[in-house]
Design a protein around this ligand. Structure first.
Ligand SMILES: Cc1ncc(COP(=O)(O)O)c(C=O)c1O
Length: 382
């Protein structure tokens, strides 16, 4: 059922492992939708929205076709358009800034913090102009951004905030769930995310009744009432079958988060015991966990000396790893018209050449983690 279960190989994610224990529950949920033929905007969707909203203590949860579409709909609902500027990070998945271009606005990049890889909130203020309409902070790899600083800046400047929560469902900042600080929180249910579907999916959280109404209308071709298309929208709906699967899986996300956090701490201990981190001259820098933002370890990402050679070495040993992200957005072709070049965002650029994600999923066992650490140690000792 699960890819990569060969005992001699270690996958980056093992979706089958987390599905195995609840497989019949998930299949029954899918079967119910099929038997009810309630495929579009069905009860499964509204039930899942209610549960997701309750989990986050958020007034509105609006299911979407993907995390990308959730971000896009949030920008559309806020009326962001041509000539407007939106501040975000260059060190993220392309969706975060792609959607800014899609509404005709201009992405304004701000460099990241070296420790957390999240946007450096202290660098945002100088980038705010009279055209700035929104900030999109990204809770990268599962680590919460400094939402207190971001919200203070946004409130002072009167600009909107859309939190990109795609990689961090279930993470809290000072005890409050991420996605509930800004005007919108946008989530992805891509299968490998903290809450992953059996296909694409997404969600918007929002506390404003008016914005929620607009987002719901935009999701369904701009209709506030059936057949009356008052604003420009599209088809951004979540399928009922996905909603049914996600609703069941939602009940397990806290447990899976705890398992990833334990696995991350076990890596930290193993790497420390192997003497691979902790000094300026060490080959690895481990993910930062401090009292500020929680880390739900959607990805366990280290900085590694000779990253590319290490990645090749691990791959040759059948140990999967991932370079998230090996080219920051300001150097990607689709943003070339912004006129950025090498050196514009040095912290993001350095991260791009150093980061490596290692297997850290719910249910990973100690022996698999030891194999990863031993192989990393073998690489640096050779
Ligand atoms: C940071 C970030 N933003 C947005 C997205 C887009 O989500 P989706 O793949 O569901 O469209 C992703 C997904 O990979 C992501 O990692």
């Amino acid at each position: 059922m699960s890819k990569g279960r060969n005992p001699t190989s270690i996958p980056l994610f093992d979706l089958g492992l987390s599905h195995e224990a609840i497989f019949s529950e998930l299949i029954s949920a899918v079967e119910k939708v099929a038997r009810d033929t309630d495929f579009i905007n069905g009860k499964a969707v509204t039930d899942f929205e209610s549960a997701f909203g309750r989990y986050h203590s958020s007034a509105h949860a609006i299911a979407m076709s993907s995390g990308t579409d959730a971000l896009l709909v949030a920008l559309m609902a806020l009326g962001v358009g041509p000539g407007d500027e939106v501040i975000t990070t260059p060190f993220t998945f392309v969706s975060t800034a792609e959607v800014i271009l899609r509404v005709g606005a201009i992405p304004v990049f701000v460099d990241i913090e070296p420790e957390t890889f999240c946007i450096d909130a202290n660098e945002i203020a100088p980038k705010i102009s009279s055209n700035t309409k929104a900030i999109i902070p990204v809770h990268l790899f599962g680590r919460a951004c400094s939402m207190d600083l971001v919200m203070d800046l946004a409130n002072e400047a009167g600009i909107s905030v859309i939190e990109d929560c795609a990689q961090a469902m279930g993470t809290r900042f000072h005890g409050q769930p991420i996605g509930t600080f800004g005007d919108f929180g946008a989530f992805s249910f891509f299968p490998t995310k903290n809450l992953g579907g059996w296909g694409d999916g997404g969600m918007l959280l929002c506390s404003s009744d008016d914005l929620a109404l607009d987002a719901k209308a935009i999701r369904d071709h701009g209709a506030r009432t059936r057949g009356r298309y008052e604003i420009l929208g599209g088809n951004f709906r979540l399928d009922s079958i996905q909603a049914a699967v996600l609703h069941k899986k939602l009940n397990y996300t806290n447990d899976w988060k705890r398992q990833r956090q334990l696995a991350a701490r076990r890596y930290n201990e193993l790497f420390e015991n192997a003497g691979l981190c902790g000094h300026e001259s060490s080959p690895l820098v481990l993910p930062a966990e401090d009292g500020q933002g929680e880390h739900s370890f959607g990805l366990y990402v280290v900085r590694a000396r000779d990253r590319d050679a290490l990645a090749d070495h691990l791959s040759a040993a059948s140990i999967a790893c991932g370079k998230y992200y090996d080219l920051p957005l300001h150097l990607q072709g689709c943003f070339s018209h912004l006129g950025h070049g090498q050196g514009d965002f040095p912290v993001a650029e350095a991260a791009s050449s150093q980061v490596l994600a290692l297997a850290c999923y719910a249910g990973i066992n100690e022996s698999a983690q030891m194999m990863v650490v031993e192989e990393v140690a073998r690489f640096y000792s050779s």
